[in-house]
Design a protein around this ligand. Structure first.
Ligand SMILES: C[S@@+](CC[C@H](N)C(=O)[O-])C[C@H]1O[C@@H](n2cnc3c(N)ncnc32)[C@H](O)[C@@H]1O
Length: 196
């Protein structure tokens, strides 16, 4: 087991309500969550909420071009340190910033890097177990910083009830794709929404 996996497991046992999963996402889930970026696309601002030890971050970063900006955030300082180490070999000249902090403050983090809107928000925050007021505050920020035509991608673990809070808070967003990923523990559905 890699160091990140052990730390994630240990932290999850200590605080499952914040970490939300006992193991990191599989590479199959990571690939399903990473945004598609075409060579001809204008520069993109991509945000990841809840980077953990970087399993999904790594897949996103591999796809970035030097003109794109990536800002990832996690509330757990140890995860942030491990994430930075895990992604270091893939960063190169890409504009990648991993911050320790709360997803509720993502607008302030973006401003620090000269960005006010995001094209893509990739999210593995455990909304079903986070306090309701935190979920509401985060989704309010998501709604305000995603560009019109931009995407919000999140996961639902199988057997978990559909997350009504997300759909209620993001009215005006349309579900454009659902991808079932069996090779993950637990299996998960990736839901991609577009801001109309
Ligand atoms: C289910 S884990 C996912 C980790 C990683 N993205 C992966 O897929 O392997 C959820 C992550 O969200 C983080 N988290 C929970 N609440 C948060 C908040 N309010 N702001 C930022 N990060 C948060 C946890 O520390 C944890 O790393």
């Amino acid at each position: 087991m890699r160091k990140g996996s052990v730390v994630l497991f240990t932290e999850a046992l200590a605080d499952l309500r914040t970490v939300g999963a006992l193991v990191g996402s599989s590479r199959f889930l990571a690939r399903a969550m990473a945004p598609r970026i075409a060579h001809s696309d204008p520069p993109k601002v991509i945000v990841e909420l809840g980077v953990g030890t970087g399993n999904i971050t790594r897949e996103i970063i591999k796809r970035l071009r030097p003109q794109d900006l990536f800002v990832g955030i996690d509330a757990n300082e140890e995860f942030v340190t491990i994430c930075r180490q895990n992604i270091a070999p893939f960063v190169g000249k890409r504009r990648v910033h991993i911050a320790h902090g709360f997803a509720q403050d993502i607008d302030r983090m973006l401003k620090k890097h000269g960005a006010y809107e995001a094209d893509e928000i990739i999210c593995t925050l455990p909304f079903r177990v986070l306090p309701k007021k935190d979920t509401a505050a985060i989704l309010k920020k998501v709604r305000s910083i995603i560009k019109s035509g931009g995407h919000f991608t999140f996961i639902r673990y199988v057997l978990a009830a559909p997350n009504k809070n997300v759909f209620d808070a993001l009215d005006g967003f349309a579900v454009i794709k659902r991808t079932f990923v069996a090779r993950n523990f637990p299996p998960a559905e990736v839901v991609k929404m577009r801001k109309t």
